[in-house]
Design a protein around this ligand. Sequence first.
Ligand code: NAP
Length: 270
Amino acid sequence: MAALEGKVVLLTGGSRGIGPVLAEAMARRGASIALAARDEDRLRAVAARLQQQFGTRTLVVPVDLREQEQRVRLVASVRAELGAIDVLVNNAGLETEGAFPELSWDVIREHIEVNLIAPMSLTQLVLAEMLGRHAGHIVNIASIAAKSGAPYAAIYSGTKAGLAEWTRALRLELRDTGIRCSTIFPGYVRDVGMFAKFGVRAPWLVGSCSPAQVAEAVVDAIEKERLEAIVNSRPLRYVFTANELSPALGDWLMRVSGAVDFQRRKVGQR
Ligand SMILES: NC(=O)c1ccc[n+]([C@@H]2O[C@H](COP(=O)([O-])OP(=O)(O)OC[C@H]3O[C@@H](n4cnc5c(N)ncnc54)[C@H](OP(=O)(O)O)[C@@H]3O)[C@@H](O)[C@H]2O)c1
């Protein structure tokens, strides 16, 4: 897909955190944006800003992505109000940190539903029309935790790894259909979102990124048809490669970089 100008984007997680920054980057390029999340007031505030700043055509859809019937309704209302969906950005996500044995089954199930099942479901719901038009783009926001499991965020890591490999498989399956699939792997994001709310700095060796860098990677993925992007201030590919070559070396790098201690401290586990 060459440009976002005039395209219809469905963005989940549009109410807070990174979502509004992604929305702004795509609105700036002339896309119409459907914003989905549970908090209607916040969605309306984001939509009002986009309308005011860029004259963006917006749609606000309050939705609980844990529910299949609400996911179906979401796609139908975007289709009815804005037209065929050109780009789906699966950005909504949950991260409840804690020691795995202590997590309740409800929390585990909720993470799988929001981080993995909802993107799969929404993708299936938009794909039929995209296949008919031989065009469309699915962008899934994973995490570096998909590449190197983060302790005390084990469910999060598992769902994001699932999201990433499912996207890769889908991309190969859809190769000759004109539909593109991209995965974005942000590191710890500063200023807004689920990490910034802890008010701590990521270990120097691990690094971090800004929400604007994540937004730039999403826009790049769409406009330049990039398959994947790791967004981080430090080059982490060597850690991920080490994981593949030797799991023991990968685990050691996670420990010496301070990532394991950092995760433990972050959730108050000692
Ligand atoms: N922040 C980071 O450091 C970081 C790093 C790597 C990857 N990521 C990924 O980036 C994405 C955005 O993260 P963020 O930091 O912006 O998170 P956030 O500030 O916690 O925002 C999460 C978004 O998901 C929505 N959401 C959560 N549960 C939902 C549900 N049941 N139904 C509908 N919407 C729901 C929330 O909206 P409502 O509460 O209004 O429903 C909110 O808009 C996530 O996929 C996350 O895993 C973040």
